[in-house]
Design a protein around this ligand. Structure first.
Ligand code: FAD
Length: 358
C-alpha cells in the first residue's frame, strides 16, 4: 500500500490528495501549516476570486484544458461545491494589443485576439463594436465559472476525508520532515510538495524562482451582472481590472493588482479606492449608478500569487532517499489549472512508485 504525504492544503494540495485518494490502494496524509478556514498571507488559495479565465498560451494550455470540464461539471451537477456558471467578458485595449503584437506585453494568453480557448467554451463569441465600452478596441464573451473558495476548499477537504485521507497541522522546516507525518507512522514512499509561495523557503527545495505577485482586492456585497476583465488600466502598470461574483452569496470580488516581488500583506487604501472607482466606472449598474458610495464593502484583502520564473514546477526528484513530486508555482491560475496539474501528479507518483519497486 503506497504511503503518501502531501505537504500543503491549498487548492493544489487538496486536489492532488483528492485525485490520489481515488486509488483505494494509497494511504494519504495531508500536513499543512494552513488549512481551509484560515486567512494568512502565506496561504494564497482563500484569496483567489476564483474564476476561469485561461492565461496560458496554446503551447502550455494542457493544465487549463484538462481542468475546465471538471469545474464546469461541478458547477452544473454539484451545488455543494460552491461553483456557479456566469457570463464573462474580456476587454482588449488598443495600446495593449499593440504591445501584444510587438511581443512587448508580458502578461498572458488571455487577451490574445483569436485565442486558442475560443474552442474551449461552448458559447465563445467576439463582441460587436456597439457592445464595447469607450476605451476598448475589441472583446469577447463566454460562459465561465466562479468558485466560492470559502465553500470549495472545505468541500475538497471533505471529499478527501471521505476517501480516507488524514489531515494534520504541521510546519516543516525541511521537505524530508514530511516522512514523519504519515498517519500510519510507517515508512513513507512518496511526498507531494504543494507549498506554493513558501517553496521558496522550505529546506530541501528553496526555489528562488518562486516570488510573490501581490493581489489586492475589495470584496463587496453588490451583485455583478457579469464577470469582466480588461487588458490594462490607466492607473499603473501593475494595477489590473477585474470583477467576478462568487457562487452562493460569497460576495463580488473587485480587483486588483499584479505586483511582482511585493510581500506587503496590508491593503493600501489608495489602491483600494482606485480599484472601486475603476469597477463602478466600467460597470455602473454594480452600484446602481451611485458610484463608489453605492458599494457595500465586506472586506479589503491581499493575497500573494505563487509566481515562478520559468513556469509551474511539476516534476519529481529523490530527496534524502524519498521520491518527491513537486506541484507548485501556479501564479494566478491555481484553480483553473488544478485538475490538470493534479492529474500530472498522479502520473508522476505512479512513475516514482514503480521506479521505487525496481
Ligand atoms: P497555497 O494556497 O498558498 O497553499 C500552500 C499550502 O502549503 C498551505 O496549506 C500552506 O500552509 C502550506 N505550506 C507552505 N509551506 C509549508 C511548510 N513549510 N510546512 C507546512 N505547510 C506548508 N487562480 C485561479 O485559478 N483563478 C482566479 O481567479 C484566481 N484569482 C486570484 C486572485 C488573487 C488576489 C490571488 C492572490 C490569487 C488568485 N488565483 C487565482 C491564484 C490561486 O489563488 C493560486 O494559484 C493558488 O491558490 C495556489 O494554491 P497552492 O495550493 O499552490 O498554494
Amino acid at each position: 500500500m503506497p504511503n503518501i504525504v502531501v505537504v500543503g492544503a491549498g487548492v493544489s494540495g487538496l486536489t492532488s490528495a483528492y485525485l490520489l485518494s481515488k486509488d483505494g490502494a494509497n494511504t494519504i496524509t495531508v500536513v499543512a501549516k494552513h488549512m481551509p478556514g484560515d486567512y494568512d498571507i502565506e496561504y494564497a488559495s482563500p484569496w483567489a476570486g476564483a474564476n476561469v479565465l485561461p492565461m496560458a498560451t496554446k503551447a502550455s494550455s494542457r493544465w487549463e484544458r484538462q481542468t475546465w470540464p471538471e469545474l464546469k461539471k461541478l458547477a452544473e451537477e454539484v451545488p455543494e461545491a460552491g461553483i456557479h456558471k456566469m457570463k464573462s467578458r474580456v476587454y482588449r485595449r488598443e495600446k495593449d494589443l499593440e504591445k501584444l503584437r510587438n511581443g512587448a506585453y508580458a502578461f498572458d494568453g488571455l487577451f490574445l485576439e483569436d485565442p486558442w480557448y475560443k474552442t474551449l467554451f461552448d458559447d465563445f463569441r467576439e463582441l460587436s463594436k456597439d457592445e464595447l465600452p469607450q476605451d476598448v478596441a475589441s472583446g469577447a464573451e463566454f460562459t465561465s465559472v466562479c468558485i466560492n473558495t470559502m465553500l470549495y476548499l472545505p468541500w475538497l477537504l471533505g471529499k478527501c476525508r471521505a476517501n480516507g485521507v488524514a489531515f494534520r497541522r504541521g510546519v516543516l522546516k525541511h521537505i524530508s520532515e514530511a516522512a514523519a507525518w504519515s498517519q500510519t507512522g510507517s515508512k513513507v514512499d512518496l511526498v507531494v510538495n504543494t507549498t506554493g509561495l513558501m517553496a521558496s523557503r522550505l529546506g530541501g527545495v528553496l526555489d528562488q524562482d518562486v516570488i510573490p505577485v501581490r493581489g489586492q482586492v475589495v470584496v463587496v456585497r453588490n451583485e455583478a451582472p457579469y464577470m469582466v476583465t480588461k487588458s490594462g488600466t490607466n492607473d499603473a502598470e501593475d494595477e489590473v481590472f477585474y470583477i467576478m461574483m462568487r457562487a452562493a452569496g460569497g460576495g463580488t470580488i473587485l480587483g486588483g493588482t499584479y505586483q511582482k516581488g511585493q510581500w506587503e500583506s496590508q491593503p493600501d487604501p489608495n489602491i483600494a479606492m482606485r480599484i472601486m472607482k475603476r469597477a463602478v466606472e466600467m460597470v455602473p449598474e454594480l452600484a446602481d449608478g451611485k458610484g463608489v458610495q453605492g458599494l457595500d464593502v465586506v472586506r479589503h484583502g491581499v493575497g500573494l500569487r505563487p509566481y515562478r520564473n520559468g513556469g509551474v514546477r511539476l516534476d519529481k526528484e529523490k530527496i534524502d532517499g524519498t521520491w518527491v513530486v513537486h506541484n507548485y508555482g501556479h501564479a494566478g491560475w491555481g484553480y483553473q489549472g488544478s485538475y490538470g496539474c493534479a492529474e500530472r501528479v498522479v502520473e508522476l507518483a505512479s512513475e516514482a512508485l514503480n521506479q521505487a519497486k525496481l
